[in-house]
Design a protein around this ligand. Structure first.
Ligand code: E4P
Length: 217
């Protein structure tokens, strides 16, 4: 499973990228707001750091305007994936831009039928939002599983990009189901390294090592 980091904060991207943990980046208007940066500038900077797909989201709602915005975003760098919402206009935009050879990430997906439409429209990525479904007492992971089944049934090449990930368990569950990509905040990716037994074990080893009176260097 590929890891995308869901942020527009350069320092977070750089730290994870240096460790080889970043296969791509996703941003959205809320993350741009949080970063306090200009969308075109920060997206360009991210594309200079990360070689994998960098999602940048259109903000128009009518297809013609979305297409124009998408082309402008795509011109930033060859690794831009234009992010469009899963609306009818978004699907039209997806079809036009993917036919022009651009990567398209169809976002705000909350049902298997929506994912089916996105694949038919030529989406490179479909982004089902797990955490926001969980917030509504609907199991977001069931949706990932359903989309996996449907895409495999018909050999759709659209990649399942599990989004709105809130916990480390979401990450391992998505990997078990077979999501192609998971995008998560840097904090969640870093927390995957944590285990209470690792901390306890290390504490014991350090205490015993101190008693040996030895040093390695
Ligand atoms: C994905 O591309 C979205 O930017 C993101 O995962 C949304 O997550 P949220 O529901 O935590 O805002």
């Amino acid at each position: 499973m590929k890891f995308f980091v869901d942020t527009a904060v350069i320092e977070e991207i750089r730290e994870l990228n240096d460790l080889g943990m970043v296969d791509g980046v996703t941003t959205n208007p809320s993350l741009i707001l949080k970063s306090g940066r200009n969308i075109l500038e920060v997206t360009r900077e991210i594309c200079d750091i990360v070689s994998g797909p960098v999602s940048a989201e259109v903000v128009a709602t009518k297809a013609d305007d979305m297409i124009a915005e998408g082309r402008k975003l795509a011109a930033i760098a060859p690794n831009i994936a234009v992010k469009v919402p899963l609306t009818w206009d978004g699907l039209k935009t997806c079809k036009v831009l993917s036919d022009e050879g651009f990567m398209v990430n169809v976002t705000l997906c909350f049902s298997a039928n929506q994912a089916l439409l996105a694949a038919k429209a030529g989406a490179t990525f479909i982004s089902p939002f797990i955490g926001r479904l969980d917030d509504q007492n609907i199991d977001g992971l069931d949706l990932i599983e359903d989309i996996r089944t449907i895409y495999d049934n018909y050999d759709f090449q659209t990649q399942i990009l599990a989004a709105s990930i809130r916990s480390v368990n979401h990450m391992s569950d998505c990997a078990k189901i077979g999501a192609d990509v998971a995008t998560a905040p840097a904090k969640v990716i870093k927390s995957m390294a944590n285990h209470i037994l690792t901390d306890k074990g290390l504490e014991q080893f350090m205490a015993d090592w101190a008693k040996t009176g030895q040093s390695i260097i």
